[in-house]
Design a protein around this ligand. Structure first.
Ligand SMILES: [Mg+2]
Length: 256
């Protein structure tokens, strides 16, 4: 079987722990001040929990299973179709909707029906979010149900004003700029007073273009990097962080 899941840091191999007070060592020159921020927009997967949990491998497999069942295909052929749509449309769901007009609801229900126990409950994250001034939103290419499952498992339910999911986005995934504008309008976000935190660097470009301050949560995965695998940072990356909770605990949030 061909594994489509992107490479991630192996389970148990934590990112380097930074000394207290030095939690943002890789912040690029010219990083923006975070003073005056009143809205925090967090990506969900591999941002609010570590990429080492590798939940995407489960989702990835279930997408293949769904396509196999839907079209009556052998699994390997379904995987080829899945990859083709991912390449051509950004997500497999988008390809299935555009090419075959499938109903996205049963798709989302099936592919997100996963075991979330690899995600560890995190009192540290809960405390860090509680200490963060301003409101918090989740912005995910997944579903509300998936987000609620993850937030409950983490033990941070109730910390977020809303989840802006792929349904709210009109099934147009990040990094298409259109749903970012919808998010801003629907939730009354003033981009110049908002921060977006995300593990996939390219997903921050539309946020920066709107005027948001961006925080890239760096992982080892090539596909998450600004240049797709090399070194350097895109202009749309304002802060680079290796460990979200360390960074929040070190006082990344400014005095408002
Ligand atoms: Mg993510």
């Amino acid at each position: 079987m061909t594994i489509q899941a992107p490479p991630v840091r192996p389970a148990g191999q934590a990112s380097p722990v930074r000394p207290a007070g030095h939690a943002s060592p890789a912040r690029p020159a010219g990083a923006r001040s975070l003073s005056g921020v009143d809205t925090w927009v967090f990506d969900l997967d591999n941002t609010l929990y570590p990429s080492s949990c590798n939940l995407f491998a489960q989702v990835d497999r279930r997408i293949g299973e769904f396509i196999a069942e839907y079209f009556g295909l052998p699994y390997e052929e379904a995987r080829a179709k899945q990859k083709k749509y991912f390449r051509e449309h950004g997500t497999s769901l988008r390809g299935l909707m555009v090419e075959h007009d499938i109903d996205p609801v049963p798709f989302l229900e099936y592919v997100h029906d996963i075991d979330v126990t690899p995600v560890e409950p995190s009192e540290r994250l809960a405390r860090a979010l509680d200490a963060l001034p301003g409101r918090k939103l989740v912005y995910t290419n997944g579903s509300v149900r998936h987000a609620e499952n993850i937030l409950a498992r983490l033990g941070v339910e109730g910390r977020f004003e809303a989840v802006f999911d792929i349904v709210a986005a009109g099934y147009v995934p990040k990094p298409d700029p259109r749903p970012y504008r919808t998010l801003v309008e629907r939730h009354g976000v003033e981009p110049t007073r908002a921060v977006m935190v995300e593990d996939i660097a390219r997903n921050l470009a539309p946020a920066a273009a709107l005027g948001m301050t961006t925080v890239w949560l760096r992982t080892d995965a090539d596909w998450s990097r600004p240049d797709g695998g090399g070194v350097g940072h895109g202009d749309h990356i304002h802060h680079v962080v290796d460990d979200l909770i360390d960074w929040l605990e070190a006082g990344a949030p400014p005095v408002l």
